[in-house]
Design a binder for this molecule. Structure first.
Ligand code: ADP
Ligand code: MG
Length: 733
């Protein structure tokens, strides 16, 4: 029978099996089935630790029958059969009601699949599916490694295993599978052919088989992903943009003259890089990574000034209103009269700095939009409101996206589309990104890094305050805060929730971080945890208790923007000594005199979020102090995660730690929006070299105008991945 990768499974398998596979696992074609890899391999004598199974897991285990007992049920008619199976490390009960299980004899080996339950403290499967190994298909089961596939209630692991076998027999091997990877590429990286790798992954005879197959199959994933990104980069590089050359005697020179400090070496280098790229009619697409406090804003401002000097407009997109307002304020401050062209005290050689946020009153919004449209606003700072219809630029030359991790590719593109021609784009992120993530999620951007912090910074000392283990420490924390305030400094107290409602919802001012999710590994699960501490409650408690007499204020997303703005101003001016806030202070807020941050319920925040937060108290010449208050025990995974955050201020190391607690799919979700996850084997943590190599190969493959014309197999793989609008980038290439 002639089989191809696109052959429908119903032509190879029974109609019923094929339908079940399609319905429950979304496996429809031969390609789908072959790309459905085993999750792991079971082998006799070295099996799943039954003890490690969690209630609620749906699993397949390989085990031996140890005891079988049948008894009449007391309260209802019928009988109950209990079968005890074990694998050496543990035992579990299988429970069957009113069914005959004659095959389940002591000593028999089998695969047992079901959802793990618990009855009287013993793990059990009720009505499991099972497949005894000493059956009619001995040859298959005698294999050293038994593949355990991601399965469903209707399609068990062994049905998938048999189906692969059927396919192999029907097609006479995997010879029909064309290898999408060019032979020279395979040779360069020592990779198996695809047919050989598929055979080894589905029917391995040794662990070495599995590993070699994995190396090869990961390449398929990496190269398709990188081809999509390389095509995107190439398409972008072919778009005609507008060069914005540097002009002396304008805003940029004024900014440089007004800076109260000299640029760090890193800022200077990145500045040169940006200046050169802006001076090209090939639009810049650059990611600027820099530690919290490394001084990205001034780098961006200088780039914006260059564009304004060349006659264009620059837009700065910020994730929150607080941050947008702060940027607008500090940019206007730095430019002085140059930011007030058209006003009485303004410099006619300057420009206007306009703030555009969702909360502007209709009249103010009209004025702002008019200045954007007629070009008199050279610098436009705003939130998502910038992306809206009706915001039209006279000549948008540069888009700067601050704290990119809160914006998606689509939003970046929406703003880009507001230029007459593609504008230059600078994306800034304060969360350092592991190299693999930079190469995938941000794979369509070139990268610059600011490693250095401006000199004269005191740094931050962090410690965990584990109130369950060491209750007295909390009192000491408030004393430390009072000492700092007595010395003229200021403090933040951060809480996960606003309060004054009983819903337990968390802060909603800013879009939630993908990395903000705390994990749930504390004993007792999540259900019976108390609600997170709230700003309003904590502020009141502090006011009446440990911080009585200090000038305390609150800041959170439910305040009106004017209110937020004025409270932030009062804090910046030193009128407020202690600001109790939600994560609205997380990104970018800059008050150098603030030196203490106490994070309540620190375990409710993600690693990157904590790192961001503590960046708020490392901004002046005084040494900062960050206290992570938690009820999590020091010995739990959560306690240790917090200890790791306290133990290092290296953002790249923390980004790695953060990545470990997330799943690849979550991270890569931003890149691939096809109908199912294409990344099954590739690991962002472990496969850095492979991803880098695949990136280089992908770039080389797309270096000419022929695109993938000579590699139809690869083109097909990519097409299968890029089912959404991003596929258009490939067609353009
Ligand atoms: P981030 O990179 O986190 O956005 P910012 O741009 O907000 O950091 O800069 C943090 C602080 O450092 C600001 O107060 C800024 O004025 C200051 N700063 C920036 N560059 C320098 C420098 N070269 N020397 C001294 N201070 C600087
Ligand atoms: Mg910033």
């Amino acid at each position: 029978m002639a089989v191809t990768l696109d052959t429908d499974l119903s032509r190879v398998l029974g109609a019923k099996t094929a339908r079940a596979m399609a319905d429950s696992l979304d496996l429809r074609t031969v390609r789908d089935l072959l790309r459905h890899y085993p999750r792991r391999y079971a082998r006799r004598g070295e099996m799943t630790r039954l003890d490690d199974l969690q209630v609620g897991d749906r699993v397949t285990v390989l085990a031996q029958v140890r005891r079988v007992t049948t008894r009449k049920m007391r309260n209802r008619p019928g009988s109950l059969t209990e079968v005890t199976v074990g694998d050496g490390a543990g035992e579990m009960q299988l429970v069957f009601f009113n069914r005959k299980h004659g095959q389940l004899r002591e000593g028999a080996w089998g695969l047992f699949a079901g959802t793990v339950g618990e009855y009287r403290r013993t793990k059990q499967f009720a009505h499991p599916d099972f497949h005894l190994i000493s059956g009619d298909d001995d040859e298959d089961w005698a294999r050293a490694l038994i593949p355990i596939y991601p399965a469903s209630k209707d399609v068990s692991s062994w049905v998938i295993q048999k189906s692969v076998k059927l396919l192999l027999d029907a097609a006479g091997g995997f010879g029909f599978v064309d290898d999408p990877l060019p032979e020279d590429l395979r040779a360069r990286h020592g990779l198996l052919s695809l047919p050989a790798a598929l055979l080894d992954v589905h029917r391995p005879t040794s662990q070495a088989d599995v590993e070699r197959a994995g190396d090869r199959l990961k390449w398929d994933e990496a190269i398709t992903l990188q081809l999509v990104l390389a095509a995107r980069r190439r398409a972008a590089s072919l778009e005609p943009g507008t060069a914005r050359p540097r002009r002396p005697g304008g805003l940029l020179d004024a900014v440089d003259a007004a800076l109260p400090f000299s640029l760090t070496e890193g800022q200077r280098e990145v500045g040169e890089e940006l200046a050169a790229e802006l001076d090209s009619d090939r639009p810049m697409h650059r990611l600027l990574q820099g530690e919290v406090g490394s001084g990205k804003t001034v780098v961006a401002l200088r780039a914006m000034a260059q564009v304004v000097d060349a006659g264009g407009q620059a837009a700065l997109l910020a994730p929150t209103e607080v941050l947008a307002a702060q940027h607008a304020r500090s940019i206007a401050g730095m430019l002085g009269p140059l930011a007030r062209a058209g006003e009485l005290d303004g410099d006619p050689a300057g420009t206007k700095v306009v703030l555009l946020t969702g909360s502007l009153k209709a009249a103010a919004r009209r004025t702002a939009r008019a200045a954007v449209a007629d070009g008199s606003a050279g610098i436009v700072v705003g939130t998502h409101a910038l992306l809206q219809e009706g915001v039209d630029f006279a000549d948008l030359g540069l888009v700067v996206v601050d704290e990119q991790h809160r914006f998606g590719v689509e939003q970046r593109d929406a703003l880009r589309a507001k230029g007459n021609r593609p504008p230059h784009v600078l994306v800034m992120t304060a969360t350092p990104i592991p190299r693999t993530v930079a190469m995938t999620v941000y794979g369509d951007l070139e990268t610059s890094v600011l490693r250095q912090l401006p000199g004269g910074r005191g740094g931050v000392a962090s410690s965990v305050v584990p109130v369950s283990d060491k209750p007295a420490w909390l009192g000491r924390a408030w004393e430390r805060l009072r000492e700092e305030v007595a010395a003229g400094r200021q403090a933040y107290v951060v809480c996960p929730r606003i309060g004054d409602d009983d819903t337990g919802s968390t802060e909603t001012d800013a879009p939630e971080d993908a990395d903000g999710a705390p994990d749930e590994d504390d004993a007792g699960g999540n259900g019976d945890r108390r609600p997170p501490l709230a700003v309003l409650d904590v502020a009141e408690g502090l006011h009446e208790g440990p911080l009585a007499g200090l000038r305390i204020d609150v800041l959170h997303g439910r305040l009106t923007p004017e209110d937020k703005e004025s409270r932030m101003r009062a804090f910046a001016a030193g009128e407020t000594q202690v600001l109790v806030a939600t994560t609205v202070v997380e990104v970018g807020v800059d008050v150098p005199n603030a030196t203490v941050m106490v994070v309540m319920d620190a375990d409710r925040f993600g690693v990157s979020q904590l790192h961001q937060l503590r960046g708020r108290v490392a901004r002046g010449r005084h040494r900062g102090l960050c206290l992570l208050v938690t009820e999590a025990r020091e010995t739990t995974a959560t306690g240790q995660r917090l200890a790791a955050v306290a133990g290092t201020s290296d953002g790249f190391e923390l980004a790695r730690l953060d990545l470990e607690t997330r799943r690849e799919g979550d991270v890569l979700g931003a890149v691939q929006s096809g109908r199912r996850s294409t990344v099954k084997l590739l690991s962002l943590l472990e496969d850095e070299e492979l991803i880098a190599a695949a990136r280089a190969e992908a770039t080389a493959l797309l270096a000419t105008d022929r695109g993938l014309a000579d590699h139809p197999g690869l083109a097909a793989e990519v097409a299968a991945l890029a089912t959404d609008e991003r596929a258009t980038y490939l067609e353009k290439a």
